[in-house]
Design a binder for this molecule. Structure first.
Ligand code: IPM
Ligand code: MG
Length: 358
């Protein structure tokens, strides 16, 4: 089969980590007999520099015409002082919306060989941690009405609105329940229902929808502040977690950090078609860009998730995952996951070694 992949390299370390993933995909193509075509498109700061917009129309059209999209990372100091709607991040939010990607899956998995890298006490993580955060991605306060003005007393104010409709909550609940059914059948829903009206609707809808359509899934509610605490107190208690856009943004960084290796975590964003957007969880790391020290594994895993979740290529996913494990088992590390007694390699060598063992 031939697959057309749109590559949004983005800014900072984006191009180098995408390069690593492309190398691995090419190797998978050779081994399993697929052709992957890559078309590079602009997004974020580099798109602002080249076209004035963080999300040129050409990029949107090409993504919508592709079989799936691989994204590096966007943003950097250079563009930090631009107004809200001209920032690189706006490009990322825009492409999520344009592609209708309402479901963002962020697995925070502790690789056993890296358990010592977790900032938590070893006994809290020694049996493994795998929290899969299902984040609603194109609703809530990220996309609600926004305003800046001066009130009648002359005070400057700003306003952001959180809004969720029942269908928006139901469709993300369905994704989370489907995932829970394949795993522990336990689902934790995170909200702030003791304060927010959107959270009260969220909680009611999640329960009603799950009870009606996935009666085997056991749904537990956890308030977001408590959740932030539980993730560091006892991360192993969680499996699938569903939550709103902003809570998912915050908690997924926390869960990622618990694994000790944000450079190892990937995420997928999907809507109602097989076409998704796959990206590492980490950012563009402008401080280390161009030095070939960034860890490409998160992006390589993102590419692997694309094969599995958009193209239904499960064996190919497994081949990449086990290649990563093999390289880690040979004590090879990039700088971010380096420990005493291990062999430190550059980002490009890391991706070469992974491609070689496939
Ligand atoms: C993420 C990022 C983005 C978000 C930013 C870059 C807009 O933090 O993907 O988690 O908040 O969604
Ligand atoms: Mg974030």
């Amino acid at each position: 089969m031939t697959y057309n992949i749109a590559v949004l390299d983005g800014d900072g370390i984006g191009p180098e980590i995408c390069n690593g993933a492309i190398k691995v995909l090419k190797r998978v193509g050779e081994k399993f007999g697929h052709t992957f075509n890559f078309r590079h498109l602009l997004i974020g700061g580099c798109a602002i520099d080249a076209t004035g917009s963080p999300l040129p129309e050409e990029t949107v059209n090409a993504c919508l015409a592709s079989d799936s999209v691989l994204l590096g990372a966007v943003g950097g100091y250079k563009w930090d002082n631009l107004p809200g709607d001209k920032r690189p991040e706006k490009g990322l939010l825009g492409i999520r919306k344009a592609m209708g990607l309402y479901s963002n899956i962020r697995p925070a998995k502790l690789w056993k060989s890296l358990a010592k890298a977790s900032p938590l006490k070893y006994e809290l993580v020694k049996d493994g941690v795998e929290i899969i955060i299902v984040r609603e991605l194109i609703g809530g306060i990220y996309f609600g009405d926004r305003e800046r003005g001066t009130d009648k007393n002359g005070a400057e104010y700003a306003l952001d609105t959180e809004k969720y409709s029942v269908p928006e909550i139901e469709r993300i609940t369905r994704i989370a329940c489907e995932l829970a059914m394949k795993r522990s059948k336990k689902l934790v829903s995170v909200d702030k229902a003791n304060v927010l009206e959107t959270s009260r609707l969220w909680r009611k809808t999640v329960h009603e929808y799950a009870a009606k359509n996935f009666p085997e899934v056991e749904v537990t509610d956890v308030l977001v502040d408590n959740m932030a605490m539980q993730i560091v107190k006892n991360p192993a208690q969680f499996d699938v977690v569903v939550t709103s856009n902003i809570f998912g943004d915050i908690l997924s960084d926390e869960a990622a950090q618990v694994t000790g290796s944000i450079g190892m975590l990937a995420s997928s964003s999907l809507g109602d078609t097989a076409r998704g957007l796959y990206e590492p969880i980490h950012g563009s790391a402008p401080d280390i860009a161009g030095k070939d020290i960034a860890n490409p594994i998160a992006t390589i895993l993102a590419a692997a998730m694309m094969l599995r979740d958009s193209f239904n290529l499960t064996r190919e996913y497994d081949a990449i995952e086990s290649a990563i494990q093999k390289v880690l088992d040979k004590n090879i590390r990039t700088a971010d996951i380096m420990e005493e007694g291990m062999i430190k390699v550059s980002g490009s060598v890391m991706s070469d070694l992974i491609a070689d063992v496939i």
